[in-house]
Structure formats: structure tokens, C-alpha cells
Design a protein around this ligand. Structure first.
Ligand code: KE4
Length: 424
């Protein structure tokens, strides 16, 4: 039987860092990464035969758990008819119609292959539509790895402590301005210093790449009015929050309507899918009907569409899906918060619905700087403690716990018991 250690050793010979995405390397927890063989429901198995309750959930897509029967069946049927044609298919129309029907701010949507591509395209569209170059983002928010967004990003970049990235020309990041999440004055200041030059503000409506950081009351509303006052577009990066917090994502959950939204993860059902969309008069600037170019060989791939459609239809057709899942999240993270409050170790719990995390710091976490006060050595001890008990969390303090409808009460209770053990 091959081991994770064997595979990691081989992988490092032919894949940078032995992984196809940095966070998978378990670098910040100083361990050999687990190579996964199988997932079913809320469980995954590594090649070494170990079983885990999975809270990574592929970083968000597995909101129904692994290998949901409706998704597996849909993919099987789609594959039988061919994997890709480089031509339009009915499923792309069905996916676009479904997203437009679920998200009121979306009148038109374009499929791409990742969240990064969705953000890159939405930023280009905002620039093309407004004729302006500057973009405001927020420190600690991660929007994928397109050059313009690798400025004080969250997720892997935060874990590695890299403020930006090598290889990004200053010319590409010069027009990306960084504000402070939950600090409206920092945004106002950037607008005042760059009058008439801001194409868009892009924000994760719930920060989930510096750990989980909810928006302060009024923060999203303030971004909306600042964009309106300055003729700039508001872009909600809903790659994580889209179809997780509500049928219409964080924009529905918080009742703030962006001009453009980006999606990924859940809309692919585990397959590589991203999307960006918004008002018709903006989206009609996208080629071939407008001057903003964007394209993709596998965009709207029929197999990926089948997986995404199957997942979105289960979410849409399951009575009170979000009320139930968000309720499970409130209970689970509420109990976690209680344990944290009783613990001798300084820690905080932030959550929104089924998305949350435990920070090892004594101060409340409400932005990038406060998240960085977390004790990552303590987090590593926590991660290893949980893993030893068959519970797989994110191998980084600056990621999220993703709950799914497949997480059983028994598994959630077992997880909380393991947390109690850690705090003893
Ligand atoms: P992808 O290109 O990885 O599909 O999406 C980029 C992206 C865009 N926007 C948000 C809010 C995101 O969270 C992401 C990607 N999320 C990380 C997890 N925090 C992906 C995990 C990884 O990089 O391996």
C-alpha cells in the first residue's frame, strides 16, 4: 500500500512543493500532507488507511458532503455523452438561467474555470466598463492569484507571510489599493486620494481567507454607498460565500446588492468551475458582444455544468436547506465559542452560518492585523491534536472550517469532545 510519505517524496520530484496548491503542503503545520484516496459524506480516507471527519470540504465546494448521489449520477450521465466539445451546450444555458433566477443582482453570467479566473475577468470588466484603472481591495482578503490581486492577500499568502508575490510586476499591482477590512475610513481615504480613478471595490463580503472575519454592521452598506457616490462598481467575491450562506449568497444574507459578483467552488459541485455576473448593461461589455475580452477552452464544460447543476438543484429543492445548515452552524460554533470562553488558552471563535474558525489569540478578530495576532504554533498543536483523533481541519490558522449537510450530529459532537480534550 502506497503511503502519503512515499507519494509526497515522489511528488516533490516533479511538482513544486509536491502539491498543486500551496496550502495542501501542510507547511504551516509542519507535517507530511495527507494524500486522499476517497471521500463519502462528511468522511475522507487517506492512502494510509486513516479516516477523518472532513472540515476542509475541498475549501468550500462540498456543501452536500463528498460524492453526493445526485452529483455522482449527473456526472456519470454527462460523461457518457462526451467530456468537452468547445461548442455551446444546453447545460450552460441551464446553469446561467439557474444562477440568474437565484441571485437577483445577476441578469447575465459568464462561466469560467476557477475563482481566480472569475475575479480576473470581473476586475477587467470593471476597468473596461468604467474606463478607470484603480481597484480597492482589502488586506487579508484573497481573491485568487491573478497579478492584480496578489497584494497583501489572505489564504496561502497570509499563511506564508508573503505580503505579495515574486513575479508580479509593480505595474500590475500599482493600481491595486489596499484598505482595511471593516474600516470604512480607510476606504473613504482611498476614494478621496484617488478622485474619479477607482474602477471598483472588491471585497469578500465575509472574510474567509484570514480565518473567518464577518463584516461589521454597516460595513457592506458603506461600501455600496461609497461606490455609488464615486461612480465605481462594487464587486462581491462570493467564491466562498456564494450559495453557502443563502440561495443568493452573502448579498442575500446581508441585503447588500453588488454590481458584479464572482462565484466558484459550490457552483461546480467539486468540478473546476468559476463564474462572474451582474447587471445586463455591464455584462454586455464582455466579448463577443462588447469590448472586454475573456475566453476559455473549458468554460461551461458540460461535465462540470452537470455536477454544478446537480448540486445547486439539491440546494434549491431541499426544503429550508440554508435555515437548517446555518442553524447547525450556529449550534456548532456556538458550542465551540462556549468551550473557547471556558478555556485557559486565549482563543476566539468567529462564524457566519456554516463557515467559521477558532483563532488562538486573546483579542477579538475583526481584520487582517488582529487575525495576525493569532498564535500559529498553538494552532499547529490544535490541528495535530484533532488529526490524531480522526478530525481533519484546515492545515492553517488562516482558513475556515466548512460545515456541510452531510456532517452528522454524532460527528459534530465527537469533534466538540475532541476540542474539550484539547482545552483540558
Ligand atoms: P480558485 O482560483 O482557487 O478556484 O479561487 C480563488 C478564490 C477566489 N476568491 C475567494 C474568496 C477564495 O477563497 C478563493 C480560493 N480559496 C482558497 C481557500 N481559501 C483556495 C484553496 C487553495 O488555494 O488551494
Amino acid at each position: 500500500m502506497v503511503s502519503s510519505e512515499d507519494l509526497f517524496r515522489r511528488a516533490k520530484e516533479c511538482i513544486p512543493g509536491g502539491v498543486n496548491s500551496p496550502v495542501r503542503a501542510f507547511g504551516s503545520v509542519g507535517m507530511t500532507p495527507r494524500f486522499i484516496r476517497k471521500g463519502l459524506g462528511d468522511r475522507i480516507w487517506d492512502v494510509d488507511g486513516r479516516e477523518y471527519i472532513d472540515y476542509i470540504g475541498s475549501w468550500g465546494p462540498m456543501i452536500l458532503g463528498h460524492s453526493h448521489p445526485a452529483v455522482v449520477e449527473a456526472v456519470g450521465k454527462a460523461v457518457a455523452d462526451g467530456l468537452s466539445f468547445g461548442a455551446a451546450t444546453e447545460r450552460e444555458v441551464e446553469m446561467a438561467e439557474l444562477i440568474c433566477s437565484l441571485v437577483p443582482s445577476i441578469e447575465m453570467v459568464r462561466m469560467v474555470n476557477s475563482g481566480t479566473e472569475a475575479v480576473m475577468s470581473a476586475v477587467r470588466l470593471a476597468r473596461g466598463y468604467t474606463g478607470r484603472d484603480k481597484i480597492i481591495k482589502f488586506s487579508g482578503c484573497y481573491h485568487g492569484h491573478c497579478d492584480a490581486m496578489l497584494v497583501k492577500a489572505g489564504s496561502g499568502l497570509m499563511t506564508q507571510g508573503i505580503p505579495g508575490s515574486a513575479g508580479v510586476p509593480e505595474a500590475c499591482s500599482r493600481d491595486t489599493l489596499c484598505a482595511v477590512f471593516n474600516d470604512t475610513e480607510s476606504v473613504e481615504g482611498l476614494f478621496e486620494a484617488n478622485p474619479g480613478e477607482i474602477a471598483a471595490v472588491i471585497v469578500e463580503p465575509v472574510g474567509a481567507n484570514m480565518g473567518v472575519v464577518p463584516p461589521a454592521d454597516g460595513f457592506l452598506e458603506c461600501l455600496r454607498s461609497l461606490c455609488d457616490q464615486n461612480g465605481s462598481l462594487l464587486i462581491f467575491d462570493e467564491v466562498i460565500t456564494g450559495f453557502r450562506l443563502a440561495p443568493d449568497g452573502a448579498q442575500g444574507y446581508y441585503h447588500v446588492r453588488p454590481d458584479l459578483s464572482t462565484f466558484g467552488k459550490i457552483i461546480g459541485g467539486g468540478m473546476p468551475v468559476g463564474a462572474y455576473g451582474g447587471r445586463r448593461e455591464i455584462m454586455e461589455h464582455v466579448a463577443p458582444c462588447g469590448p472586454v475580452y475573456q475566453a476559455g477552452t473549458l468554460s461551461g464544460n458540460p461535465v462540470a455544468m452537470a455536477a454544478g447543476l446537480a448540486q445547486l438543484r439539491v440546494l434549491k429543492d431541499t426544503p429550508d436547506f440554508y435555515g437548517k445548515l446555518n442553524g447547525v452552524g450556529d449550534c456548532f460554533f456556538g458550542e465551540l465559542k462556549q468551550l473557547a470562553g471556558q478555556a485557559q488558552i486565549p482563543c476566539q471563535v468567529n462564524h457566519v452560518g456554516s463557515l467559521g474558525c477558532l483563532f488562538f489569540t486573546e483579542q477579538p478578530v475583526y481584520d487582517y492585523a488582529s487575525a495576525q495576532t493569532s498564535d500559529t504554533v498553538r494552532y499547529t498543536a490544535y490541528f495535530r491534536h484533532m488529526m490524531d483523533r480522526g478530525i481533519l481541519l484546515a492545515p492553517s490558522q488562516f482558513e475556515a472550517v466548512f460545515l456541510s449537510s452531510a456532517h452528522s450530529d454524532a460527528d459534530l459532537d465527537r469533534t466538540l469532545e475532541a476540542v474539550r480534550d484539547f482545552f483540558r
